[in-house]
Design a protein around this ligand. Structure first.
Ligand SMILES: Nc1ncnc2c1ncn2[C@@H]1O[C@H](COP(=O)(O)OP(=O)(O)OP(=O)(O)O)[C@@H](O)[C@H]1O
Ligand SMILES: [Mg+2]
Length: 330
């Protein structure tokens, strides 16, 4: 059907079909994917592993086993996903609010909340606008207390994508990153020095400055960007060697592919590279960062890119430290 012929006024969602599909993704996840705490035993037995591409603890386990420095996360709460599905705002203090309190009270000073598949919207908002980052919770004038926001669009849609039976909350120490000055909507701000590495079918294809709000340069950031690519390569090599792949009920891997994903790294204020998190493939759930310039895509997420307006350099030149002598054609 052509979209312009779509009659929104008479459209009624087929809730039974939506629920059937949701149950199908939950069942696929249950029967196909392994959780991070099963990795060590499976590796010892030589058994293959497939983990959820959207799961933070699974990625952190890969980093740990591949000896890559990472920002840790401790699980502070787990509750059935059904509690979120069944939440009824009209009912007042119900099962959800009891669980929410448990998460809020487990979070310590100096820690931030990270849900299994995404950071809370407050963190994303503060970071994208270059403001000071909080801990992922916020004070509600309406409820007159701190709350979490697990009912905003991004959290809820990624929860469906994650397709796990449990909603899991993690506490991560807030790291002070090395910051770069930049602009967002003409307002000055500061953003972390951060990189996203793009992996397609088991191969590193590209790397970008994560925050298009700031301009990185090959001269100043080439070496750390190359360090991020090498750390990503160590993780990829480890996965291939140990027969580990990632997959997800929503972003299913095409038949015969090794694995595709993105890996994010942050530079701490003392210059140390830390693995932050892994996620879905670029363009299939993960943002293209600086590969998306003002005139559209600069490449198929291949090469090294330092700024939204900047050119794309060949990955080999980045790794060989030859960027300055070889400004690349896009
Ligand atoms: N422990 C931490 N200390 C300092 N900054 C952090 C920490 N965790 C996350 N951040 C900052 O918050 C941003 C969002 O966090 P995170 O990457 O976990 O969220 P996300 O939902 O997976 O985002 P996306 O998938 O869009 O990258 C990061 O890009 C990073 O700049
Ligand atoms: Mg992510």
């Amino acid at each position: 059907m052509d979209f312009k012929d779509f009659d929104l006024a008479s459209f009624t969602p087929d809730f039974e079909e939506i629920e059937r599909k949701r149950q199908e993704t939950l069942e696929w996840t249950r029967t196909t994917l392994h959780r991070g705490d099963a990795f060590v035993d499976r590796i010892a037995r030589g058994d293959p592993i497939t983990f959820n591409t959207l799961s933070l603890p699974a990625w952190l386990k890969i980093a740990e086993l591949a000896a890559i420095d990472f920002i840790p996360a401790r699980e502070i709460h787990s509750m059935p996903t059904q509690i979120i599905q069944d939440f009824d705002p009209g009912e007042g203090s119900g099962p959800y609010e009891i669980e929410e309190q448990k998460i809020l009270s487990a979070l310590r000073k100096g820690e931030m909340l990270r849900m299994e598949q995404v950071a809370p919207a407050e963190i994303k908002h503060e970071r994208s606008s270059g403001q000071i980052m909080g801990n992922g919770t916020f004070y509600s004038d309406h409820f007159e207390r701190d709350i979490l926001n697990l009912f905003e669009d991004r959290y809820y849609t990624t929860l469906l994508d994650l397709a796990e039976d449990q909603v899991r909350a993690y506490a991560r120490p807030i790291i002070t990153p090395r910051m770069i000055n930049g602009k967002f909507n003409d307002e000055a701000g500061k953003w972390p020095e951060e990189f996203r590495v793009y992996i397609r079918d088991g191969h590193i294809k590209g790397v970008s400055n994560y925050y298009p709000q700031v301009v990185m340069t090959p001269q100043e950031h080439g070496n750390v960007m190359a360090e991020a690519v090498r750390a990503a390569q160590d993780m990829v090599n480890f996965m291939i060697e140990k027969k580990i792949t990632c997959d997800n009920a929503t972003y299913r891997m095409p038949e015969g592919e090794t694995f595709s994903c993105t890996l994010d790294f942050l530079i701490r204020e003392d210059g140390k590279l830390l693995f932050l998190e892994g996620g879905p493939e670029g363009g299939r759930g993960a943002h293209p960062c600086c590969f998306l310039g003002p005139d559209g895509f600069k490449s198929d997420l291949e090469g090294a890119v330092f700024s939204e307006d900047g050119e794309v350099y060949p990955l080999e030149h980045l790794l060989a430290g030859r960027l300055e002598e070889t400004p690349a054609p896009t």
